[in-house]
Design a protein around this ligand. Sequence first.
Ligand code: PLP
Ligand code: CA
Length: 305
Amino acid sequence: AAEPKYLTGDKAALNEFIDKFDTFLFDCDGVLWSGDHVYEGVPETLHLLRSKGKRTVFVTNNSTKSRGEYAKKLNGVNIPSDVEDVFGSAYSSAVYISRILKLPVGKNKVFVIGEAGVEKELASEGVPFIGGTDENFRRDITPADFEGIADGSLLDPEVGVVLCGLDFHINYLKLAHGLHYLRRGAIFLATNIDSTLPLHHDLFLGAGSIMMPLANASGQKPLELGKPSQAMMDAIEGKFQLDRSRTCMIGDRLNTDIKFGVEGKLGGTLHVQTGVDKKKDWQKKDAIAVPSFYVDKLSDLRHAA
Ligand code: PLP
Ligand code: CA
């Protein structure tokens, strides 16, 4: 692959970059903001791109929030948006289950390991589910649970899918239910496989780490539906009628965002230095993905004419 082109401070290169694309797919955390802190100049950068007629789509692996909640967050930081501008891994998972898997009634229930964002998107697609934020699963496992899970009397025979996202209330009881649905043939899905979750300038456990006990115990690997899964890219292409050659993915993580754009054969990928991975990570010989462009920070794009 060609050496990534550095755009920061180079007005001619910035203009050429922007002219190459009609649509920009934005990763959110690490590009637009870090947690609740919006990076300086980001709303103005989005405004500039939109004033040039560019379409802006927000593509996040965060499954804890629904698209509606994400749109609210974007509006709250002066990036006017609606639900249809957002594509999240919870939505991607719900669409995959309802429109691709199309499981028969009686075997179409989802056992959720995850938070309310997953539940909201499943509900909006009309997919039945159990688990999730249900208080009955937020407790210690008992001897009766072990027995009832093993003999199936505590399992719902309609469950055909185990969907695992980031769950801040993960516990042995939920994992035991998840494992036993998998052992009975349920399809194993993951909203995303980010190993870590960046918070407060440090790293915590991401959805990919919450899912690992189930993968380990079942010996199965989940089908993942967030970035870099091309199932998500296909769904985005279908929904927004993308011309991939005129689309650029902007992100901070090589193994999710940049890989997503490279494997999706987009016209370009732009790496920012404000998130998890840095320039030194794609400069390594065995880099998982290499971007075609890079800037120090997203707002550097404002220096285009
Ligand atoms: N998953 C969770 C639960 C998160 O909170 C975040 C970031 O806020 C992410 C994933 C990564 O999101 P993104 O793909 O926008 O960087
Ligand atoms: Ca990110």
